[in-house]
Design a protein around this ligand. Structure first.
Ligand code: NAD
Length: 256
């Protein structure tokens, strides 16, 4: 079968380790023939991401902490200086203070609320603004969301509120960038064991519950999320923008 992303230039933000959803997406992008640029959050991650970048055959890695405006500007400058058009961008980034994912939502501090929204939501807006000028022939931007944006999920708390804002941002960005043929979507992934997920109190209980109740009677796999990312990044997804696509073994449809 021919490769779905042959020679497409792609940028993936949010790969921290082998368990990251961004890792599964990067692997799938390479399998489909894409060129890959990766970012890492800061010096603490550099060595690991360098190693994974080599394994994945990424063409370049760049430092980008999304709370740093200078880092985002630098990313934009580098992409434009490369002179190559950018085709797809994956935003796979979120953060909230651990204590805010373990106590009643009403106890969320102002700082904790703002931090979660800055890293998990505003960063998509900032990244979209930075990369759009390099998407000269149109392109696809995608982010990762979770059902906690729509429903109350125990301990997901402020992250659920940030994901709701993220999904709304996807719609506004899709409307803004659509005339440039840049599509913006979210993949709402089912629960997956990653470093971030481990920060949510009793996360394993969510995994067990979903596996029991979801129509497919299991949790979604990172590779399934990644294949949906391939669809959105390439020509097959050309008519899809402003959407939230669930890759969750069907869990989100279930009532009693
Ligand atoms: P992960 O911990 O592997 O990835 C989170 C990434 O966010 C890390 O690479 C981290 O470095 C990055 N990040 C945090 N703060 C940052 C900052 N200031 N600047 C730059 N990068 C920063 O975990 P993951 O589960 O792969 O998470 C990726 C995305 O998927 C997140 O948006 C998460 O909410 C979403 N998601 C995860 C699940 C799940 O169950 N794991 C389900 C649905 C959605």
């Amino acid at each position: 079968m021919s490769q779905l992303l042959k020679d497409k230039n792609t940028l993936v933000l949010g790969l921290a380790n082998r368990w990251s959803i961004a890792y599964a997406i990067s692997k799938a992008f390479r399998r489909e023939g894409a060129n890959l640029i990766l970012t890492y959050q800061g010096d603490r991650q550099k060595d690991t991401v360098e190693e994974l970048a080599e394994e994945l055959g990424a063409s370049r890695i760049l430092s980008c902490d999304v709370t740093q405006e200078a880092d985002i500007r630098h990313l934009s400058e580098i992409l434009l200086a490369e002179g190559e058009q950018l085709d797809a961008v994956v935003h796979s980034i979120a953060f909230a203070n651990r204590e805010d994912l373990a106590r009643p939502f009403s106890d969320t501090s102002r700082e904790g609320f703002l931090l979660a929204h800055e890293v998990s939501c505003y960063s998509l807006v900032a990244v979209a603004r930075a990369v759009a000028p390099a998407m000269v022939a149109g392109g696809s931007i995608m982010t990762l969301s979770y059902l906690g944006s729509q429903r109350v999920i125990t301990n997901y708390n402020v992250m659920g509120v940030a994901k709701a804002a993220l999904e709304a941002s996807v719609r506004y960005l899709a409307a803004d960038l659509g005339p440039k043929n840049i599509r913006v979507n979210a993949i709402s992934a089912g629960p997956i064991k990653t470093a971030s997920a481990r920060g949510i109190k009793d996360f394993s209980t969510i995994l067990e519950f979903v596996a029991e109740k979801a129509p497919l009677r299991r949790n979604a796999e990172p590779a399934e999320v990644a294949d949906t990312a391939v669809f959105l990044a390439g020509n097959l997804g050309r008519g899809v923008t402003g959407n939230v696509i669930y890759v969750d073994a069907g869990y989100q449809i279930m009532g009693y």
